[in-house]
Design a protein around this ligand. Structure first.
Ligand SMILES: N[C@@H](Cc1ccc(O)cc1)C(=O)O
Length: 422
């Protein structure tokens, strides 16, 4: 088997690290216990967190022992962002999100065997600690001068809004977590995103001071597009969430199908479990025949499967094909169809409305004349059937699952109508 660090390197997953040869030597001795933390800052994790989860899984597949930490304590404090102070969420909200996020991580890990994973929550050791103990036993090991140099903190120091003492203290809590996991479970490696470097080194520095040991760090690069912008923002500007009710499987799939060619190879490497041979073949396909979007399709399919499972993925692929006239619309479930059409634009109309009025209401044409012209040219479809008369009335029995209709103009432009009383 190839060395897991070589594999991570080939995948472009190591942006920053402590000494890799020392880590490699420790890993060669047997299962190494490592951890990665996730804060409950929303009801769901997003695609950036997924990169971390998948990296954790890669190390487990290589025989190492993962601790997945959910930040019941750190989620109450808030990791400083370079832009602005976070809104504090209530303890009840954070507790609820902890459970949801735990449920999103668990399916990725194996909780049996020699290198069984374990879930931990930093509220367990942070909540019982008194302010006096925190300041005396932990705070004493941190130099404020050094804390001020951490990226997120220094960015905020130079802004008008400044930074609260609450967020400033965050790095101490994350450092304390590493020390606690080192003591409890012999944890010797922390992984995270490269934007976490300041928080990651807080832990290694603390362990060196308190226990005199050198432990390890691996930081993955942030996912960015070719303009250097954070990846995983959906077309609406929001994040790409793992929760299906926040980002539909269809939107997730479409996001990756529409990805720029330059990014496909890198994301196949970082986000899928496909082998090096398979990925190199897909990279070559993408370079040779970009218009076929084979790499994008495979990436979208793999990710949708990883996040939502095989059944949803089949539905989403069927929906993508059917909406563009290359498959059966009647086989789609109401929820898949609704998710896909919401993306394109979904309006309500009364049963018995004419095709021309439906096309106008859905915004596919701007006038009756244009509707007539589109029909006359043979470019108007209702549920993939070509329309012969713009004044034809569309009755309720034409509706697909969920009372929905798919209107299409030409090959690629479509919109949805929900038939019902208005
Ligand atoms: N600070 C991490 C989450 C985290 C929390 C506690 C830890 O011990 C480790 C990581 C983030 O925002 O992504």
């Amino acid at each position: 088997m190839t060395d897991v660090l070589d594999d991570l390197q080939w995948r472009g997953l190591i942006a920053l690290s402590t000494d890799l040869d020392e880590l490699r030597a420790e890993m060669a001795k047997g299962p190494l216990t490592y951890y990665c933390g996730f804060d409950p800052t929303a009801p769901s994790l997003h695609i950036g967190n997924l990169l971390q989860i998948i990296t954790v899984r890669r190390l487990q597949l290589a025989g190492h022992r993962p601790l997945a930490l959910v930040g019941g304590a750190t989620g109450l404090i808030g990791d400083p962002r370079p832009s602005a102070e976070r809104q504090l969420n209530s303890a009840d909200t954070v507790a609820e999100w902890v459970e949801r996020i735990r449920g999103q991580i668990e399916p990725f890990l194996d909780f049996t065997g020699d290198n069984a994973a374990r879930m931990v929550n930093n509220l367990d050791w942070t909540a019982p600690m008194s302010a006096i103990d925190f300041l005396r036993d932990v705070g004493k090991h941190f130099r404020v001068n050094k804390m001020l140099t951490k990226d997120a903190v220094s960015a905020r120091l130079n802004s008008d809004a400044g930074i609260s003492y609450t967020e400033f203290s965050y790095q101490i809590l994350q450092g304390m977590d590493f020390l606690e996991l080192f003591r409890r479970y012999g944890c010797r490696l922390q992984t995270g995103g490269s934007d976490q470097w300041g928080n990651l080194t807080a832990g290694t520095d603390l362990i060196r001071r308190v226990a005199g040991e050198s432990v390890h760090l691996l930081a993955t690069p942030l996912l960015v597009n070719s303009a250097g912008e954070k990846l995983g923002k959906s077309t609406g500007g929001g994040s790409l969430w793992m929760d299906a009710s926040m980002t539909s499987p269809y939107s997730l799939y479409q996001y990756f199908v529409n990805l720029e060619d330059d990014l496909v190879g890198g994301l196949l490497r970082k986000l899928t479990f496909l082998s090096r041979e398979e990925i190199e073949a897909l990279e070559k396909e993408t370079a040779d025949r970009p218009a076929a979007r084979i790499g994008q399709r495979r990436l979208a399919e793999e990710l949708t499967r990883i996040v939502h499972g095989a059944h949803e993925t089949e539905q989403v692929i069927a929906a993508s094909q059917a909406l563009f006239g290359r498959g059966e619309l009647t086989s789609l479930s109401a929820s898949t169809l609704r998710a896909a059409l919401s993306e394109a634009g979904l309006v309500r109309a009364a049963p018995g409305t004419s095709v021309a009025d439906l096309f106008i209401a859905a915004g596919l044409v701007s006038s009756r004349n244009e509707a007539r012209r589109t029909v006359a040219e043979g470019g108007a479809y209702v549920n993939n059937e070509r329309v012969g008369d713009a004044e034809e009335l569309v009755a309720a029995d034409r509706a697909l699952a969920g009372g929905l209709l798919v209107l299409r103009k030409g090959k690629r432009t479509f919109a949805g109508v929900e038939l019902g009383s208005i």
